[in-house]
Write a protein that binds this ligand. Structure first.
Ligand SMILES: [Zn+2]
Length: 149
């Protein structure tokens, strides 16, 4: 398995681990980003691979299926206004997808989440957002794990 010593996604999970398969994992984003955007997950390829086209067709399909399952679970549990799905990796060139439920009252809406600097100025909205609970009472984390098992 290819790893790189300077890559944060090789050296750690990249968030709070929700599910791991042989080839990929799903983590919940932590810290101010995770608090600001409830349900924010990353789907990370376990091996240090740079681009989607470096994967075999079968692996690519499996990876994307994981992204779609996470998206569906987050939609079902959090009922967001919109889902944002992004693969950037300019700073960490290790394949990962950001799966981000967006809400009209989140600190960046309607901009991409990276278009704003999260700070104490955005914290006043967090109290409202943190109170958002999935309709069925289960946590969104549980919904994601169930969708992947
Ligand atoms: Zn890596």
């Amino acid at each position: 398995m290819t790893t790189e010593s300077k890559c944060e996604l090789c050296q750690g999970d990249g968030g709070r681990l929700l599910f791991r398969s042989d080839k990929w994992r799903v983590v919940a984003v932590e810290g101010l980003e995770g608090e600001s955007f409830p349900g924010f997950c990353r789907v990370v390829w376990n091996e240090h691979v740079r681009e989607l086209t470096d994967l075999s067709a079968a692996d690519r399909q499996e990876f994307m299926e994981a992204v779609f399952r996470v998206e569906a679970a987050l939609r079902g549990s959090l009922n967001p206004h919109k889902m944002n799905i992004a693969s950037l990796g300019n700073l960490t060139p290790h394949l990962h997808w950001h799966v981000i439920p967006r809400f009209a009252d989140d600190p960046a809406f309607p901009k991409p989440i990276w278009a704003v600097t999260l700070s104490s100025a955005s914290l006043d909205k967090l109290a409202v957002i943190k109170d958002r609970r999935p309709a069925d009472g289960a946590s969104w984390e549980q919904a994601v794990i169930r969708a992947l098992e």
